[in-house]
Design a protein. Structure first.
Length: 240
């Protein structure tokens, strides 16, 4: 059946591209054979990635652990969820890997207008709001979800589950949610301005284009995220 689904995947991916959603630079798309599997093969893939990640497994696992049903009757939960639930006991190194992924980047706090910006290149003077904030919260939430055997796949619902499980304080959860929503709002507003100006949308925001109150809120959001990273680093016994 694979030739049929390969053609279908290309049709959908090309359609998304035509609608303005670019192809994934990491090949995490259904046009990639490893992202186009039977349910049983997905179960085997998850086990393989958690046993011996490697660069490709690290990328793919971070994507497909956030799987969601969009349409159709297929329910992969009964097959995939038990594999993920076994991770804390059977694959402790994988849990640690997820923790390290949440510490890969630090929020951009420091220099220009109390925000670290790119020093050179085409994005000089701007900050990466996706990798410097949004992705960090997403990685933190994924780390908590797998560690607590949560079946949730959305970032905010994962944080709620982590709070309910006693993994994080409710005040911290609320602060992370506010930070996450603020970062997404600023990101989308930035991209809307670019589209209206006929520019290709990206994730590099110029702090000078933000109001003073918005900059203060952004600084506080990054501070909250960094504080949570410090707690995770302390729990794992690693330098941050």
């Amino acid at each position: 059946m694979d030739p049929y689904f390969a053609a279908l995947a290309e049709r959908v991916t090309a359609g998304l591209e035509a609608a303005g959603i670019p192809r994934c630079t990491g090949d995490a798309m259904a046009i990639h054979p490893q992202m186009r599997r039977s349910v049983a093969s997905w179960s085997d893939a998850f086990k393989g990635w958690m046993t011996d990640l490697g660069p490709e497994g690290s990328l793919f696992s971070s994507v497909v652990f956030d799987h969601r049903a969009i349409a159709g009757p297929l329910d992969v939960g009964p097959v995939i969820d038990p594999v993920i639930a076994a991770a804390p006991d059977r694959y402790p190194n994988f849990i640690r890997h997820l923790g390290h992924r949440a510490l890969d980047r630090k929020p951009p706090t420091g220099f220009v207008r109390a925000l670290v910006v790119e020093g050179k290149g085409e994005h000089a003077g701007r900050l990466d709001i996706k990798h410097g904030g949004i992705s960090i919260v997403t990685n933190l939430a994924r780390y908590y979800a797998v560690r607590t055997r949560s079946k949730e796949t959305g970032t905010l619902t994962r944080l709620l589950a982590a709070s309910a499980a006693g993994e994080i304080d409710e005040d911290i959860r609320g602060a992370l949610e506010e930070a996450f929503r603020l970062l997404w709002q600023i990101r989308l507003q930035h991209q809307v301005r670019q589209v209206k100006a006929g520019e290709k949308p990206d994730d590099f925001v110029d702090p000078a284009r933000l109001g003073s109150i918005e900059r203060l809120a952004l600084k506080e959001a990054f501070r909250i995220i960094g504080s949570q990273q410090q707690l995770v680093a302390a729990e794992m016994g690693v330098r941050y």
